[in-house]
Ligand binder design. Structure first.
Ligand code: NAG
Ligand code: NAG
Ligand code: NAG
Ligand code: NAG
Ligand code: NAG
Length: 250
């Protein structure tokens, strides 16, 4: 009760304002969902990253999956990050779409890719790529997908994985790509209006990078900022995402 009377004094009112401001900052930075991965006891971290994969085993998907199994065992991996375009050509239609098992569960069958490993749970962290958006993007985020395969962990369209020495910031880059905007193939539910979504995402990422105390801060997206390959540089990311990365480089 004494605290209430204290707040009547101007000095306490100022202090109260400072506290309110601090709380707001914490809230803004907390917009990106964060999940924690318990690191190995000695603190090391090994991951595999893969993208553009779901092809019902074709296009060498099975061969790559086999090698991932071999390397996964050698490196004693903690988890896998998928950078998106998980199901070709158009994502999955719903959580019971057989394509999910045909392109994921039945392909990544190696022990190292699907079992808890030295008490660490292997989970597949998924960023949505543009081919996932042309299907039912929400189906891949539906918790019901975990009943089909408990590895398939798509927490949100963008989210953070804290893993001890490293924080991974998985960023949904598809909405940045302007040529997708007016293409009726894309499922923008829970994303539109796009400019607001992008502004918030950039702010949330900036806040989260600033707050992160991990030694390594690794930002993961589907579209490359710079690339010498077919698609080339992604000008929208050069303009909007690169400055956030540069501003948070120590
Ligand atoms: C997903 O992220 C959005 C903002 O990026 C947030 O509004 C929403 O609450 C998050 N959902 C979950 C399940 O974390
Ligand atoms: C889920 O999608 C598949 C593939 O398009 C379709 O055959 C099936 O009927 C759908 N199931 C439900 C419950 O909508
Ligand atoms: C998409 O369509 C809207 C209205 O039809 C237009 O204003 C906008 O410039 C278009 N955007 C792109 C990237 O084509
Ligand atoms: C792509 O980005 C790189 C790095 O900034 C730059 O050197 C290169 O000229 C760019 N390529 C094109 C085609 O703009
Ligand atoms: C061994 C094998 O299946 N190789 C295939 C890899 O994928 C290309 C097409 O992308 C096929 O031409 C190869 O036969």
């Amino acid at each position: 009760m004494a605290a209430w009377t204290c707040c009547a004094s101007p000095a306490m009112a100022v202090l109260e304002l400072v506290i309110v401001a601090a709380l707001l900052i914490v809230q803004a930075g907390a917009e990106l969902t964060r999940v924690e991965h318990t690191p190995k006891t000695e603190g090391s971290l090994s991951i595999l990253a893969v993208g553009d994969w779901g092809r019902r085993g074709q296009f060498n998907q099975t061969l790559v999956a086999e090698q991932m199994g071999v390397m996964g065992e050698k490196l004693d991996i903690d988890f896998i990050i998928s950078t998106g375009d998980n199901f070709y050509d158009d994502g999955i239609a719903n959580t019971s779409d057989p394509l999910f098992k045909e392109s994921f569960t039945n392909i990544y069958t190696a022990d190292s890719l699907q079992k808890p490993w030295t008490n660490l749970i292997l989970c597949v962290l998924v960023v949505l790529g543009n081919h996932d958006y042309t299907g039912n993007a929400l189906a891949q985020q539906d918790p019901a997908i975990l009943e089909v395969d408990s590895r398939y962990n798509s927490v949100n369209k963008s989210f953070i994985v804290g893993a001890g020495v490293a924080d991974f910031f998985l960023v949904d880059t598809s909405p940045f790509i302007q040529k997708y905007w007016n293409n009726s193939k894309y499922d923008w539910r829970e994303v539109a209006p796009l400019t607001t979504y992008i502004d918030n995402l950039i702010q949330d990422l900036d806040d989260a990078l600033t707050e992160s105390t991990a030694s390594w801060k690794i930002v993961v997206g589907h579209h490359p900022i710079s690339s010498g390959c077919e698609h080339g540089n992604t000008s929208e990311l050069v303009q909007l995402l690169l400055p956030v990365l540069k501003a948070n480089t120590s």
